[in-house]
Structures are given as C-alpha cells and as structure tokens.
Design a protein around this ligand. Structure first.
Ligand code: UDP
Length: 487
C-alpha cells in the first residue's frame, strides 16, 4: 500500500477541510473550499456521515460542487449512535467531545491509505485545513504524518484573542466572576480591549465561577495550539478588527484575514459570470416562500429575526419576544426552528396569531443571505453568531443582539459599543416592553444614526473583498502558500 508519508512530489495540491459539523462552521469553511476550488486547488471536504446525509438531500448543493472537478466530499463517523439527537447547543458539544475522542485514528488511517481522500490527479492531502476547534488533534496528526496544518477559526478575532488572554486574566485575579452583581466589572487584561470588556461580554465559556473550569482550559489550550499551526485563518477583515488582529499576530504571525468570506465568494463568482442565486450551503431545507412575502412589503419595513442554527430558548422567552414584536407594530419575518423552543407546547394567544397573520411571516429556515439583502428588510434581531453578524454588516442591516453563547456575547458588545451598527440587548431582561422599545429604536427612532454606521462598515467590507483589498490579497497569498507547501 502506498502511504501518504511516501508521497512523491509533482502532484497538484489537495487541501483537506475538517469542519465541526455545525451549520455556521460548515458555511464558512465551504465558502473557502469553493474559493480554493475556483483557484484550481483540489479540495476534500470531510463531513460527518450525519451532515453528509443532510447535504445529499439538497440537489442544488451537490450539483454546485460537482462542477469543480477536483472537489470531493468524504465522510467520517462522529462516534455517536445513529439515533442520537444532533441539533441544539448541548448536542453539538456532545458531538464535539465524541469526535475529539474517536476521530484521530480514523482520520490518520484515511490519510495513510493512499487515495482515500484524493483523486487520481491529486491523490494526497498536502495540507489539513482544520476547524480551529480540532486544532490540537490536527496538529498531532500533522506532526506525525508531516503534513502542514492550517487552523480556521470561525469565531470573531476578538473572541479568539480573549481566549488567548485567559491565563493572564486569571493570573491578574480578574477571573473568576464572583456572582451576578459582578457582571459589569471591567476586565482590563486583554490587550486592545482595556476599556470595553465587562465580565458579561466575555465569551460564555470564559464566564467562569471556578478558575479550574476544565472546559475553559481545553479552549485555551486549543486556541494556543494555533500559534503552532502553519497559519491561522480568520473570517474577518482588517478594517473591522484591525487593532485586535495586530495583537493576535504577535502570537500567530501568519494570520490570514479573508472575510467576509460569503461576500468574497459572491464577488469572485460574479466576476466569473457564475450564478450566485443559489449560494446557500444550508444543511436544512430553506423555506423560500418568505422571499415572495418580502417582495410584497414596503422598503426597509421588516425586521428579520433569527437565532441561528443552535440557540434554544424557553417558551416564556419566546412569548416575550413575540409579544414585544407584535407590540412594536412592525412587520416581521421570523425563523422558528422546530427544535428552538424547550418545554411544553402551549396555545399561542389569539392576539399573537392574528397580528402574525396580518404583518408577520414565520418559517422553519430561511435563505438568510438573500433575506438580509432584500430591500424590504430594515433590521435584524439576531443571536450574534459570527456568520450572521458579518452577513448583516455586508447587507447594511442594523442589529438588535440577543447573544446566547460562545463568541456571541463579545460580538454583540462590539456591534453596540465599537462598530455602532446595532444595540446589545444583553444585560437587559428579555421582556416584551424592552423588545418593543428596541425594535422601535432600531427601525424608527435611531434609524438614521445606525444607517450611517452600517453604510460605512459595509463600504469598508466591500473594499476589503474588491481587487486590491486586504481580504482579496490575503486570499491570493493563502493560495500561493497552499501551492508552495506541497514542495
Ligand atoms: N442561516 C440560514 N437560515 C436561517 C438561519 C441561519 O441560512 O434561517 C445561516 C446564516 O446565514 C449563517 C448560519 O446559518 O450563515 C448561522 O451561523 P452563525 O455563525 O450566525 O450562528 P450559529 O448557527 O453557528 O449559532
């Protein structure tokens, strides 16, 4: 058997993508995979069996990638029983833990068995593009098989940088958090964030009450592993997170910022006169009826609500949002995933049903990029996932942020306090009056103020992905790098 380690030179490069099987991670990594395929770099995209099963039901996604001759999908088990639930935040953590325990020998075997992850033209993996969350595992495999590893972190640069600084925060006695009354205390030990970072803005994993918290230590360890990788990729752009990126580069000098990736991909597809109409990479079935509904609404009159692919909320919280939206008297398009609400089903009050019929539209999953770009949409009530934040910035849509976990808490702080492209609801109770007031502020009272800032940020995002812009040039450099590492 021919081994990966015996590979001969002169085969074209092949990059192995290894994402966490969650929608936000897959979206960002598929965007980059397609950009590389367009540059004639062969790609193997490694999904779990479960995700691949979902993707196979989306014929347009299959067709899109089949058009790139060097693009392969391959699968790996996630180690969980077939019938185990895989949606919702807790489930994704179970999937992650299971993969960290089980995938290393399987993946190593696949890499060692000539051709399993490649094609005749490019049989061997010349670089592993690992989701940063698998950074330690990928670095170990890369060291053992002598394959360069690049870490792709799908979170914001500011969140990544906080993880890096956690040991210093703990050393300075600024963590743990001492109780709910401590949440507004300023954390001073993250370079570049000295004045704006409160305990409540820390990524959820860092909001610890015990410095020995094992989960946080695992995250810090995996983050620091990025300094050992061949390079680090962040889906952001220099004008958005420049000051923080300067700090990150003191630890990870080869950091490529190539975002917003969805916009860069769209730009490149348009330049090649390729279709961008079905750019979606959703593993869930999209309900496109909402686009027809949006078509019949007035300009910038609709607030779009989505809490991403993983957030769950109680029925009480759902009701507060729903009443607040209805009381704001604004039109709304709301993504209500079927696994989004916990607790017993109860009857929806008739006034909510009537108001929703009159000026609302509910869907199970929306074509979000298209929704945000629609002229009828004037605001976004979001959980502040990083993809959603970037998509909103590009579309010039101001946000109300209801962050829930991971990097969302720090993303929402930057949205409200630094970039000023929306309002952070964190710290407020989720209460119908607050929701109605914030929706009204976003869509009416403070609309002009937000529009100025969103227009400016969108302009900078556009410059970064245009020819000569920072993300555009960084992608070219990354491609050169990927071509050179195989020699
Ligand atoms: N998304 C979508 N349709 C929806 C809701 C979300 O296509 O109805 C996409 C959205 O465009 C984004 C991704 O799902 O690209 C969610 O990623 P994000 O990082 O915002 O949040 P996560 O789901 O990881 O919490």
């Amino acid at each position: 058997m021919e081994h990966q380690t015996d590979r001969k030179p002169n085969f074209p490069p092949r990059v192995l993508f290894f994402p966490l099987p969650a929608q936000g991670h897959i979206n960002a990594m598929l965007h980059l995979a397609e950009l590389l395929a367009m540059a004639d770099i062969d790609v193997t995209f490694l999904n779990t069996d479960h995700v691949q099963g979902q993707l196979q039901q989306r014929a347009h996604i299959q067709a899109k990638y089949a058009a790139y001759s060097g693009f392969l999908f391959r699968t790996i088990p996630d180690g969980l029983p077939k019938d185990e639930p895989r949606s919702g935040e807790q489930s994704i953590l179970r999937v992650l833990n299971s993969m960290l325990k089980t995938t290393k020998p399987i993946l190593k075997d696949m890499l060692l068995s000539g051709g399993v992850l490649g094609s005749d033209r490019s049989p061997y993996v010349t670089c592993i593009m690992a989701d940063g969350i698998f950074g330690s595992l990928a670095n170990e495999i890369g060291d053992e098989l002598n394959i360069p590893v690049i870490h792709f972190r799908t979170i914001s640069a500011c969140c990544f940088w906080i993880y890096f600084a956690i040991p210093d925060i703990i050393k300075a006695g600024e963590l743990p958090i001492r109780g709910d009354e401590d949440m507004d205390r300023i954390i001073t030990r993250v370079p570049g964030m000295e004045a704006i970072l409160r305990c409540r803005d820390l990524p959820s994993f860092a909001q610890i009450r015990d410095v020995e918290d094992p989960q946080l230590h695992r995250i810090v360890e995996v983050t620091r592993q990025s300094a050992r990788a061949h390079a680090l990729i962040l889906n952001t752009f220099e004008d958005l997170e420049g000051p923080i990126l300067n700090h990150i580069r003191t630890q990870c000098p080869k950091t490529y910022t190539i975002g917003p990736l969805h916009a860069l991909l769209k730009h490149k597809l348009t330049k090649r006169l390729l279709s961008t109409t079905r750019s979606s990479k959703s593993i869930f079935e999209e309900d496109r009826s909402c686009i027809a509904w949006l078509d019949s609404q007035p300009l910038k009159s609709v607030i779009y609500i989505s809490f991403g692919s993983l957030t769950v909320m109680t029925r009480d919280t759902l009701m507060e949002f729903w009443h607040g939206l209805v009381n704001s008297n604004k039109r709304f398009l709301w993504v209500m995933r079927e696994d989004m609400v916990t607790g017993e089903d109860s009857e929806i009050p008739p006034e909510l049903v009537a108001a929703t019929k009159e000026r609302g539209c509910l869907v199970g999953w929306a074509p979000q990029e298209e929704v945000l770009a629609h002229p009828s949409v004037g605001g976004f009530l979001t959980h502040s996932g990083w993809n959603s934040t970037l998509e909103s910035i590009v579309a010039e849509v101001p946000m109300i942020c209801w962050p829930n976990a991971i990097d969302q808490t720090i993303n929402s702080r930057y949205v409200g306090e630094v970039w000023k492209v929306g309002m952070d609801m964190k710290g407020h109770k989720c209460d119908r009056e607050i929701v109605a007031k914030m929706v009204n502020d976003l869509m009416v009272e403070k609309r002009e103020e937000f529009q100025r800032c969103t227009a400016e940020m969108a302009r900078l995002a556009k410059i970064s992905i245009d020819e000569g812009g920072s993300s555009y040039c960084n992608l070219d450099q990354l491609i050169e790098d990927l071509r050179s590492v195989q020699q």
